[in-house]
Ligand binder design. Sequence first.
Ligand code: PLP
Ligand code: COI
Length: 353
Amino acid sequence: MEIKITKAAVLKEKPDSSTLGFGKIFTDHMFMMDWNSEKGWYNARIVPFGRIDLHPASTVLHYGSEIFEGLKAYRRKDGKVQMFRPIENIRRMNRSAERLCLPEIPEDLAMQVLTTFVELEQDWTPSAEGTSLYLRPFMFGNDESLGVHAVHNATYVIIASPVGSYYAEGINPVKIMIEDQDVRAVRGGTGYAKCGGNYAASNRAGERAAQQGYSQVLWLDGVERKYIEEVGAMNVMFKIGGKIVTPMLSGSILPGITRMSCIAVLKDKGFEVEERLLSIDELEAAMENGTLEEAWGCGTAAVVSPIGELCYKGVKYPVNNGEIGEVTQMLYDTLTGIQWGKIEDKFGWIQEI
Ligand code: PLP
Ligand code: COI
């Protein structure tokens, strides 16, 4: 498809790497494309970064028809820019679209517009240690009427933000509260989709945990509040008695690309990885008898985030003496090594710009 490019008249000054934070600064342009149930996708364009005009009855404002993705472009030592497994984000976006009755984007088209946009904005990819260009594709339903039904109009947008570490703590261990009241998602619901509503509904528990000094919550399943699902907006993994255990994808868990990549690296290094149900009782027993060796969250933003303490029903359990464990560190080093082009990508995950 032809992409019409309108360049910004004045380019912004690039920020100093030490001031980046996460998702606060945006690049000069954004990609936009519209969809209509009769016309399909049309009007692909790159325009100066700016506000989006919405009708007050626009579907997204009332019924939450919104999905998004998150991936990064990394600057290598030789100056080239590369993305990590972008096809997986494109595929997941289409699965989210199917769940929310939003339009899917043919993979070729989604890849064409993403690479065109990143090529144009690549100078914004910072080069300091641990920094990257976070790419945020998103789509929303945009009918100008209050009827509740699958939409006939939608808009797809990609914005980009140079970022530093997601957590202020960097790769230091975080404290996690096990949430036994609110749930993030249920099977049959939208847990496996990356839709905005999932995050809106998770904020109350996150706020409660923050008030008590915890960075995030560990979610339990929505039916029995018994099985472990995710940690905050990340997948979660444990090393228990030498084996790696991670909740299996049951429909209520987001199939993380970092999760998938961690599993591949772990298996490649000879670890036994169990994707299965893990109950809070089993985890509690492992915390009490000392067989819980390591715990970490994994997601694009933080890559791998060690868990240094878990709190359940008021009891605090330190994990690995509050220090980053060996497997957690190995995963962080391997994934970031591949992402920043410091080590060989034997898995074929990298796509150069
Ligand atoms: N779980 C949730 C709820 C998320 O929002 C994310 C972030 O994207 C993840 C897990 C990790 O997914 P990925 O590794 O693809 O970033
Ligand atoms: C992740 O990349 O791990 C995320 O959860 C992104 C978040 C900002 C929604």
